[in-house]
Design a protein around this ligand. Structure first.
Ligand code: ZN
Length: 419
């Protein structure tokens, strides 16, 4: 597309019309003070440089970095309400193959640019347009060789901003249960035909489970996300490990639009080898969350090459499988389970070598019956109650086995554990 910007004879009228329309449901609650983006343009210069320009209602701060495998550029912005023609991001121009945008964290938006080849970020410019006062924010991409691109990608690490200090409180020796509500922020997860997002359903459920466990007074309970925010998969694992969690429970709800009759819950534990093709496909789908939101999941969170760590992982997986069985015994009688209710697959969030971890798919958003139950208060009370009982049983058994708290951090004794 050539440089010409579409004339906005009356930007103010356009913006006031936008304010009158309810915001799209996709981004959930909108910040009224956020800048509004009404256009995005791509222009390729003669020297191979490509410029991505957003027309905004006011200036916003922007920061950009690049990532490898796949080659991407990420632009972090203060919150922007994108009212841009959806087709714009799908057009290829110069170094830009396509781009997408959305809310990434509270008060922060993100643009993820899929690059057609290695490129670095050049000038980021903000210019006020004389005739209507609009702000033009442009980001320039310059062709780079693979080596220069790799160096630039290594130099940028987007995670520190997201990291919170989660040091464990040494005074409190109660076991720590980490509840992981799947998806969040720019990643909605599965979407029901009614428009309901998986991220919202699982968050509500996770909150109810936390409340139930806390009411026992025997556990410390934390969440990997405590609101509608995107948290990368590896980061969820890191949060659990750094806090020295004793148990990690990830909550999800799948969808198979092609088979609306399929329903029921499944409990997954981690394994390099999936139980069946269906489980492998599901883990693949869930593991794609990071790439879609512009973060890197290429590097596994831990290196299991170490033989000691490998043994620790094996022992931990024995505990994970033990908890999965206990959980099945408790929730089986109160909820519909799938045909094969305990399966294994290579979920990124189940890769902690030292934290027993399970992932529960509560049901299918594609099943009308499951969806109704997932949104029912009564069902939620009953299922979270049974899950909390399973947690209690797990730690009671652990205590009688001589492990009052904490999973095996050092593989000092490698007792054979049947998975
Ligand atoms: Zn999910």
């Amino acid at each position: 597309m050539p440089t010409r910007a579409r004339p906005f004879r009356c930007l103010l009228l356009a913006l006031s019309l936008l304010a009158a329309c309810p915001a799209g449901a996709q981004d959930g609650e909108r910040n009224r003070n956020a800048a509004v983006a009404i256009a995005a343009d791509l222009t390729a210069g003669a020297n191979g440089a490509t410029k991505l320009t957003f027309t905004l209602s006011k200036p916003v701060e922007a920061r950009a970095f690049v990532m490898e495998r796949p080659d991407r550029a990420v632009i972090d912005l203060a919150e922007v309400n994108f009212q841009v023609d959806a087709e714009t991001g799908r057009r290829r121009e110069g170094l830009v193959q396509s781009f997408r945008y959305g809310l990434f964290a509270p008060g922060r938006s993100r643009v993820v640019v899929d690059l057609a080849g290695p490129a670095t970020v050049g000038k980021i410019e903000t210019v006020a347009r004389q005739r209507d006062g609009a702000t033009l924010l442009s980001i320039e991409f310059q062709r780079a060789d693979r080596e220069a691109f790799r160096k630039a990608a290594v130099a940028s690490d987007p995670l520190p901003a997201l990291r919170k200090s989660l040091a464990a409180e040494p005074a409190d020796s109660r076991p720590l249960v980490m509840i992981d509500a799947g998806h969040g922020g720019t990643d909605p997860g599965a979407i029901a035909s009614t428009g309901v997002f998986e991220k919202d359903i699982v968050f509500g459920f996770a909150q109810a489970l936390v409340a139930r466990l806390e009411s026992y007074g025997r556990y410390r309970v934390r969440m990997t996300r405590d609101r509608d925010v995107f948290v990368p998969l590896g980061e969820r694992v890191r949060i659990a490990r750094e806090a020295k969690a004793d148990l990690f429970i990830s909550i999800h709800a799948d969808s198979i639009s092609a088979a609306p009759q399929v329903r029921g819950a499944t409990i997954y534990t981690g394994s390099e080898k999936a139980t069946d093709a269906e489980s492998a496909k599901l883990a693949d789908r869930e593991n794609k969350a990071d790439a879609a939101a512009g973060t890197d999941s290429a590097a596994p969170p831990t290196d299991v090459a170490d033989i000691l760590q490998e043994l620790t992982l094996r022992e931990t997986r024995g505990f994970s499988a033990g908890f999965a069985r206990t959980l099945m015994g408790q929730i089986g009688p109160v909820m519909e389970m799938s045909g094969k209710p305990h399966r294994e697959a290579g979920f990124v969030v189940l890769r902690s070598p030292d934290v027993p971890s399970v992932l529960v798919e509560l049901g299918y958003l594609s099943s009308k019956r499951d969806l109704d139950l997932l949104q029912s208060q009564e069902w939620r009370e009953s299922v979270t109650g049974s899950m909390a009982k399973a947690v209690d049983q797990f730690f009671t058994n652990r205590a009688t086995l001589g492990r009052p708290s904490g999973p095996p951090r050092k593989a000092a004794s490698i007792a054979p554990v049947s998975p």
